[in-house]
Ligand binder design. Structure first.
Ligand SMILES: C[C@](O)(CO)[C@H](O)COP(=O)(O)OP(=O)(O)OC[C@H]1O[C@@H](n2ccc(N)nc2=O)[C@H](O)[C@@H]1O
Ligand SMILES: Nc1ncnc2c1ncn2[C@@H]1O[C@H](COP(=O)(O)OP(=O)(O)OP(=O)(O)O)[C@@H](O)[C@H]1O
Length: 284
């Protein structure tokens, strides 16, 4: 039997850091939502009790470093499953981009294995396993639109964004999330975006107010290391995006537009700058 699971990418509509915690993680307030850009997982039982990961993408680890492998290993250990699985990852989400590609694959693996092995895993277990795998994984388990607090694993559902489009562009540079958080001076943040105002804008269904409330304190770090990030953001706005922001720790920048008629101009304008550009719907 084969099972298919979709693993959508996330964007951070806002990301604030409150302080650095004694455990080294940062206490955050983020509003995250999913976009219609997704990896596809194909899960199939194996005759042997092993976990095998394959992918058409040549540039991701396929061993125990892969987050989908780690998800499968965790489920097997905790639920005492003595069966093997082959997970094929059809990667579409750019890697190390700030779009939670690996985290979403891990979450989709948890959902898929629950079905493949008929485990009836309670949601709390999936969320707890997700939190062991990475800060973004619990949100990827539930999907939708949520306020994420703690180190990102405490989730409160909020209203989805109004209908609209995201133009997503990843410059050809690699960014380490740990390095970006490491370089942030949490006590010297110049401007804190507001989770409260963002969730209020979403509750109103106002595209304009959602765009006004976009903000990410990690923009104090990544664009200083890589000026292309700021240039891309400015290009998005110049080409007519209603709002633009770096997602997560970057380097991906997304621009938001409510009108489909504006999408092509921004998409085509950015293709000159950047090879990896996508125009996708916000998932509502
Ligand atoms: C930047 C975001 O993607 C925004 O959604 C997340 O905050 C990061 O989520 P993630 O990639 O799943 O992060 P993890 O794999 O848990 O952590 C990677 C590294 O980022 C740093 N980290 C992560 C989350 C957090 N709240 N504080 C941190 O300081 C830590 O140094 C950690 O070792
Ligand atoms: N299934 C996977 N897909 C992509 N990368 C993976 C996967 N599993 C492990 N990795 C590793 O994780 C690293 C980060 O990739 P990923 O695409 O998850 O980053 P990201 O989009 O910045 O995530 P986040 O937004 O959660 O910080 C990659 O360099 C890669 O080596």
């Amino acid at each position: 039997m084969k099972i298919y699971e979709k693993a959508p990418a996330k964007i951070n509509l806002m990301l604030d850091v409150l302080h650095k915690r004694p455990d080294g993680f940062h206490e955050v307030e983020m509003v995250m939502t999913m976009i219609d850009l997704a990896d596809r997982l194909e899960l199939e039982e194996q005759p042997r009790d092993t976990i095998m990961i394959t992918s058409q993408a040549g540039y991701i680890p396929l061993d125990e470093k892969n987050l989908a492998f780690q998800a499968a290993r965790l489920v097997k250990e905790r639920y005492g499953v003595r069966k093997g699985v082959h997970i094929h990852l059809d990667k579409n989400i750019p890697v190390a981009a700030g779009l939670a590609g690996g985290s979403s694959d891990a979450a989709a693996a948890l959902r898929g294995l629950n079905r493949l092995w008929g485990l009836n895993m309670p949601l709390e277990d999936m969320l707890a396993f997700g939190a062991e795998l990475g800060s973004d994984v619990p949100f990827c388990v539930t999907g939708g639109t949520a306020l994420a607090t703690g180190r990102g694993e405490i989730l409160t559902p909020v209203s989805p964004p109004p209908q609209g489009w995201a133009i997503v562009a990843k410059p050809p540079i690699n960014v380490s999330t740990a390095e970006v958080y490491g370089k942030l001076k949490a006590d010297q943040i110049k401007f804190h975006p507001s989770a409260k105002e963002m969730t209020a804008a979403l509750a109103k269904g106002s595209f304009t107010e959602m765009c006004e409330q976009l903000g990410n304190v990690l923009e104090e770090v990544t664009p200083k290391l890589h000026p292309e990030v700021q240039q891309l953001k400015e290009a998005m706005l110049r080409l007519g995006a209603d709002g633009a922001l770096m997602s997560g720790s970057g380097p991906t920048v997304f621009g938001l537009v409510s009108k489909e008629s504006k999408v092509a101009r921004i998409y085509n304008g950015l293709r000159g700058f950047c090879k990896e550009v996508y125009a996708v719907r916000l998932l509502t």
